[in-house]
Design a protein around this ligand. Structure first.
Ligand SMILES: [Zn+2]
Ligand SMILES: [Zn+2]
Length: 125
């Protein structure tokens, strides 16, 4: 096997042959992080102007003024079954329910484990 001398990386480090320099690994990590940050946000997944208008209309309908969970003034439309990118579920009005911001937040926090994998709530009934 021919002998390969270590090479000097662009960052100035001496790197053994066949080994990736730390700077290359770091660059890859930064790249991945950059693309992670650029993944579609909730607004790009369907929470668009169209959704805002539709949910506003829904909350204006009779019986949709109060939060289904606590009975306070509803601020938003919640999906009974999290749509998770499913546009059919997302726009299915039978899957909508009025909810206040507080209950929506705590519901989302509870569902962090993903649909079908409920997270155990502390002291839940
Ligand atoms: Zn390097
Ligand atoms: Zn509520």
């Amino acid at each position: 096997m021919p002998f390969h001398a270590p090479y000097i990386c662009g960052c100035g480090k001496k790197v053994p042959h066949g080994v990736k320099c730390e700077c290359a690994i770091k660059r890859k990590r930064d790249y991945d992080r950059y693309y992670d940050a650029r993944r579609p946000t909730s607004s790009q997944r369907g929470y668009t102007d169209k959704w805002r208008a539709a949910s506003k209309a829904f909350l204006a309908e009779p019986g949709h003024q109060t939060c289904v969970s606590c009975g306070k003034l509803a601020m938003m439309v919640d999906h009974r079954i999290p749509a998770k990118g499913d546009m059919g579920l997302f726009w299915d009005k039978s899957n909508w329910q009025p909810m206040c911001g507080r209950c929506n937040r705590s519901k989302n926090a509870r569902q962090e484990g993903g649909f079908g994998h409920p997270v155990r709530t502390q002291g839940g009934q």
